[in-house]
Design a protein. Structure first.
Length: 446
């Protein structure tokens, strides 16, 4: 019988991840503005750099997962990742400090590269460690990942707010304070993890979590069963589908920031809200609605939708959000400002979609993965997010900027036309997933 009380190790991982996300979002929320307003890159180049960085963050997760599974174990990998990320954020601080000199660009690329590598070691492995706190069939695992996900979004909220206030002041030199905040956030998270890792990060049987993976009794790695292979196939299928979700969702840091900066009416009581501050709507909505979603899933009991159905619904919700903003942006090029309510409603719909996909997916990977491949497959989950982030950057280059653009034969002349791309992609992938959900469930339950 499972206890309803969670292990104290959840608090350690929650806190570590929260400060890591403060670090990540402090930098991410102002990156596109730093590139265009301090370094004076055009939108196309800035979008490409942003997408390459965001993609690299998650692509490196498969490398970090492999190294953890085969050599280092998850505990050492998380420490190495946090250390590298702190260094990367400091490089970003130096880039912004010397933004008007020739030193800015080398520091920029060094910072983004080291950050991507550090994320690759930390991101998949801390999620694996969370699952290791519980028995494989413990019914608390789903709620643990939801609690963990709330920590991620507290970090997102705090990081975005602090960075926007300190960095987006109108002075191009002040972006450095946002990057310095990111550096300090990672250092705090790393200290928490190092201090408490041996005391609280233990399996239900009392063994330390994060050592090198176990081998079979004869010292050789166990072979995968047919059931293992089918469950891995299900994970890969679900990962591929989420590319469509994240490539749309991650427009928040790129094209939706351009939209907020140029076309949203940001005047409230005589004050102008920073464009990047709109990114806090998502984490606030996560904190508001995550408990509601947990309550709904628990209330449904045996009628709880399967993972593919939840993800299909999530994709459709994202499509609906972009449909709203596409309709609201009709005529924006003529100088008409878009009301704040529209972007708020869009972010709420996107958040509901995210809650149907991201924590559900993390839990799914942990449950279905063979023990010896769990970090690697968690890396695959984040790899697809990386591909999606790179795709998001490529698609953001299509954002209208005084010229007509084409996408697979579809002509883009207006902002409304641009956001319809994500309506089509989200609805098509969501409906496809709903139609094939029974077949995917068979693979998952092998």
């Amino acid at each position: 019988m499972n206890s309803t009380k969670h292990p104290k190790g959840l608090v350690v991982l929650f806190s570590t991840e929260m400060f890591e996300r403060i670090s990540f979002y402090s930098m991410r929320s102002i990156l596109i503005l730093y590139l265009t307003k301090s370094l004076l890159f055009d939108k196309a180049l800035a979008s490409e750099i942003y997408g390459s960085y965001a993609g690299g963050v998650y692509v490196m997760a498969i490398f970090g997962g492999f190294i953890a599974d085969q050599f280092m174990g998850t505990r050492r990998s998380v420490i190495l990742g946090g250390f590298l990320m702190a260094i990367g954020q400091f490089f970003m601080y130096l880039s912004a400090t010397y933004y008007n000199t020739h030193q800015a660009i080398p520091f920029l690329y060094a910072g983004l590269s080291v950050l991507a590598l550090g994320n690759g070691f930390l991101k998949p492995n801390i999620s694996v460690m969370l699952g290791d706190l519980y028995h494989k069939n413990d019914n608390r695992i789903d709620s643990a990942f939801t609690i963990f996900y709330m920590g991620i979004n507290i970090g997102s909220l705090v990081g975005t707010m602090v960075s926007s206030i300190l960095g987006e002041t109108g002075n191009p030199a002040d972006f450095r304070w946002g990057f310095l905040t990111a550096c300090l956030g990672m250092i705090i998270g790393l200290i928490i993890f190092i201090i408490y890792k041996k005391r609280y990060l233990k399996t239900p049987t009392g063994d330390l979590i994060g050592n090198r993976p176990l081998k079979s009794e004869n010292g050789k790695k166990a072979k995968l069963t047919t059931g293992d292979k089918k469950r891995i196939a299900a994970i890969v299928i679900m990962c591929c589908v989420t590319v469509f979700f994240w490539s749309a969702f991650e427009q928040s840091g790129i094209s939706l920031t351009f939209l907020a900066d140029e076309h949203i009416n940001r005047e409230i009581f005589g004050l102008t809200i920073p464009a990047s501050i709109f990114q806090i709507i998502n984490p606030i909505a996560i904190l508001l609605f995550a408990p509601v979603f947990v309550l709904i899933w628990n209330k449904l009991g045996n009628k709880n939708p399967s993972v593919p159905v939840k993800m299909g619904i999530g994709l459709c919700l994202v499509g609906l959000g972009f449909l709203l903003i596409s309709l609201a942006s009709i005529g924006a090029e003529s100088g008409r400002k878009i009301g704040i309510i529209w972007i708020v409603l869009m972010y709420f719909l996107h958040t509901w979609g995210e809650l149907s996909i991201s924590p559900v997916g993390l839990s799914m990977v942990k449950k279905l993965s063979p023990v010896k491949l769990v970090s690697l497959l968690m890396g695959v989950w984040f790899l697809t997010a990386g591909i999606a982030n790179k795709t998001a950057g490529v698609l953001a280059k299509l954002y209208p900027d005084n010229s007509s653009k084409m996408f697979l034969g579809y002509e883009i002349n207006t902002i409304s036309d641009f956001y319809m791309i994500f309506v089509y992609l989200s609805f098509l992938s969501g409906i496809l997933l709903l139609i094939t959900s029974k077949q995917i469930n068979k693979l998952m339950n092998s």
